[in-house]
Write a new protein. Structure first.
Length: 608
């Protein structure tokens, strides 16, 4: 019997048996497999194959050209590299390649031996490190046991952020290692700053053109649209390139009056946007710079802000551009080098020449306003000032709500960043944009960023353990709302930490209600400033080691959200110690246990 969802074949010349086989094949195939079959049949027709009469004994003709294999390997932390790999796969398939996406966290270096043509898209994490899931692969890839890859052609796209010292280091390391193992670099490495869409497209187009010269031109795939098929309407949907102006509905300071912190709960309306998201995703926000900071910059340079400057091929008033278009607070080595070309300062030149720790120490806590004051350039033009800065990038925040509980809404949990360095008060751009610059009813340009590597288990009966101190609790509020709405049966355990119980227990009443209703099975809290010895979430994990290990052995998924530099590392270390203690394993075996959790996507992180 054919699947009721398979398409009918009107006026088919096929025998009933072949028609049944075809219907069954189509119904059981995914999109890529159907696409391949359509290309195969199109190739057979263009090669002049005839339709043989039944029982004629004629073998089916082969496609006119075999598809060229292309492996698109990605290493991702927040999902950017994966999204670009998906786009590369779609475009390469249309050009006739047999393209496939490969997660670096799910392969071994030996798998590369069978990959003839490879595109690598790799993000750098932290201080030049691989994304978490790619760490195991890279350790083996750098070892003496890594295979020779003389038959592999490759090109690398490296994603990074110029505000970090080791810009795109992981992608560059991969590029160097592939060459060292004998692979042929058919197109040079391209590195991308936070605005990566245009550099990606240029790299892909040029790299594919070079690859086609090497391997020959495969036939492009053309897919006909069946009569009656629905074609998506023409129009630009809301997204990163066309953000939705979301009205701010609510803003509440979650901290008590005497708290040293300032944490805001924000609620935005999505009504009329057509947008949706899943628990675990992030919200992208396009902020504005602080008007006071921009005013200082204009005062120091002697410019009035009304001058027109060219930004992204458009002419904009300088003040408006500094407020909305340009990243005026970030300071990096490339910016200093650009500034020094005009400043010609012996001191600044000396710092740049020395580099290393001296440059890192100099950059720490400084912004462009400090450079403009300390190394003034006489007669700096408005365009020269604008040209110093990169485009103002959007900020990503873990979403603190579930659409199942809040249709047409999205919630955030944001800590306002305020500090002092070098005698000047500083502000976090987006956090104080929320805290100081927008009011209820004002709109903010937003879009959604899918994070496929931070998802609740597909099986609702699976237990989950969530570790989220401070604003790291945001996605776990979304997780619990989601599980409550779907009446998931799996157990839920939350570790939360902050400074003081009285003033910093974020969403306290909600957690208490979830505990009372049985949605939240366990909650362990650590308030580090309420005890003589500072107690953090990792200490609470070790105190509950026996039950924590038992949950893992039951198949629980383990999640961490928050600070990457210290907290996430301390939590990982504590988890490994729990496995040693409760599992009776060696340090080496415990490390392998945790690595397997990550490989199985049972250990997921959303860290920053």
């Amino acid at each position: 019997m054919t699947n009721s969802n398979s398409p009918s074949i009107p006026q088919s010349p096929l025998t009933p048996e072949n028609q049944q086989l075809l219907s069954s094949l189509v119904a059981s195939s995914n999109h890529d497999q159907i696409l391949w079959m359509s290309g195969y049949l199109a190739g057979a027709i263009s090669a002049g194959s005839a339709v043989a009469a039944p029982n004629a004994g004629v073998a089916p003709a082969a496609a006119s050209k075999a598809k060229v294999p292309l492996s698109i390997i990605y290493a991702t932390e927040s999902g950017n590299a994966e999204a670009l790999a998906d786009e590369a796969k779609k475009q390469a398939s249309k050009k006739g390649f047999a393209a496939k996406m490969v997660d670096m966290g799910e392969i071994e270096p030996s798998d590369l031996v069978s990959m003839e043509n490879v595109l690598v898209i790799a993000s750098t994490w932290g201080e030049g490190d691989p994304p978490d899931r790619a760490t195991g692969f890279f350790e083996k890839f750098e070892s003496d046991g890594a295979p020779k890859l003389e038959k592999t052609r490759f090109s690398v796209l490296a994603l990074g952020d110029t505000s970090y010292e080791h810009f795109c280091k992981f992608g560059k390391d991969l590029d160097d290692r592939l060459e060292a193992l004998g692979a042929h670099r058919f197109f040079p490495l391209v590195d991308c700053d936070v605005e990566f869409e245009e550099p990606f497209q240029k790299w892909f187009d040029e790299a594919i053109d070079v690859l086609l010269q090497d391997v020959g031109q495969p036939g492009p795939v053309e897919v006909a649209v069946a009569d009656g098929a629905q074609i998506p309407p023409v129009g630009e949907a809301y997204g990163k390139k066309n953000p939705f102006p979301a009205p701010l509905m609510e803003r509440i300071n979650l901290n008590g009056r005497s708290s040293a912190k300032e944490t805001w709960h924000l609620e935005f309306s999505l009504e009329g946007s057509g947008l949706s998201y899943e628990a675990g995703d992030a919200l992208g926000v396009f902020p504005q710079n602080c008007p006071q900071y921009v005013g200082e910059m204009l005062r120091v340079t002697g410019l009035d802000g009304d001058e027109l400057v060219r930004v992204n091929d458009e002419k904009v008033a300088l003040r408006a551009s500094l407020l909305r278009n340009l990243d005026v607070t970030n300071l990096s080595k490339p910016m200093l080098e650009k500034y020094q070309e005009k400043a010609e300062s012996s001191k600044l030149g000396s710092v740049l020449k020395e580099g290393g720790k001296a440059l890192k120490d100099f950059l720490w806590g400084r912004q462009m306003i400090d450079i403009l004051e300390e190394f003034p350039i006489k007669g700096l033009s408005p365009q020269d000032l604008a040209d110093l800065f990169r485009k103002l990038p959007p900020r990503l925040y873990s979403i603190a709500s579930s659409m199942k509980q809040h249709p047409d809404e999205v919630h955030l949990t944001v800590a306002a960043v305020r500090y002092n360095t070098h005698g000047r008060a500083r502000k976090g751009v987006c956090s104080t944009y929320f805290a100081d610059l927008i009011e209820r009813g004002d709109t903010s340009p937003i879009y959604f960023h899918a994070n496929k590597n931070f998802r609740l288990p597909e099986n609702p009966d699976t237990p989950v353990i969530m570790v989220g101190p401070g604003t790291g609790v945001a996605p776990f509020r979304a997780f619990i709302e989601d599980r409550a709405a779907t009446e998931a049966k799996g157990k839920n355990w939350l570790f939360f930490g902050d400074q003081h119980f009285q003033t910093d227990f974020l969403y306290q009443l909600e957690w208490q209600d979830y505990l009372k209703d049985g949605v939240l099975d366990r909650m362990d809290v650590a308030f580090s400033r309420d005890t003589p010895d500072k107690v953090y979430v990792q200490h609470k994990m070790k105190q509950q080691a026996k039950e924590l290990y038992a949950w893992l052995e039951e198949g629980a998924h383990f999640y961490v959200c928050g600070d990457a530099s210290r907290m996430a590392k301390d939590v990982a270390k504590a988890l490994q110690e729990v496995v040693v203690e409760q599992g009776g394993k060696s340090e080496e075996d415990a490390a392998a246990y945790v690595k397997q959790l990550k490989k199985d996507k049972r250990y997921q992180q959303d860290v920053y």
